[in-house]
Design a protein around this ligand. Sequence first.
Ligand SMILES: O=c1ccn([C@H]2C[C@H](O)[C@@H](CO)O2)c(=O)[nH]1
Ligand SMILES: [Zn+2]
Length: 162
Amino acid sequence: MDGVNSGRDTVHRNSGDLSEEMTKNLILQSQEAKKRSYCPYSKFRVGAALMTSDNSVITGCNVENASSNLGLCAERTAISKAVSEGHKSFKAIAIASDLCDQFISPCGGCRQFMREFGSDWDVYLTKPDSSYIRMTVAELLPASFGPEDLSKEKVFNILNEY
Ligand SMILES: O=c1ccn([C@H]2C[C@H](O)[C@@H](CO)O2)c(=O)[nH]1
Ligand SMILES: [Zn+2]
């Protein structure tokens, strides 16, 4: 299925960077990470599996806290783990939850966190039966603000106008 469609109903945009087997495996690893979720407050388990450009897979789960605003999403856990291990280039992230009737979709904070490392990589929104929709970071966060917008040259040009 190669339907081109920008909404969340899109099942497959194109073949993406990952083979069908790599995709299946990434989703499986996100489901395994979900089992390690620490979510005593929401009871909403989420797992993520992030594939780096050198095909390493780094997982994360949500980690909640009694001081509730300190909780971490699964996606941000995985990305922070990856960056702290020296990875900054990513191919894809799969996200798993226990929602059966909808594909889990990353929160706004996580979209921006993904965007920090580029707009042109894939996010797999999945269901427990391993079905998925794939969207790019750019599709999830259009007209985004990113690190390039802080470039010295741009800031310099703006300052020169005054
Ligand atoms: O994409 C998502 C959505 C929610 N959560 C977590 C945050 C919180 O721990 C719990 C309920 O929102 O689920 C994630 O980790 N990722
Ligand atoms: Zn989030």
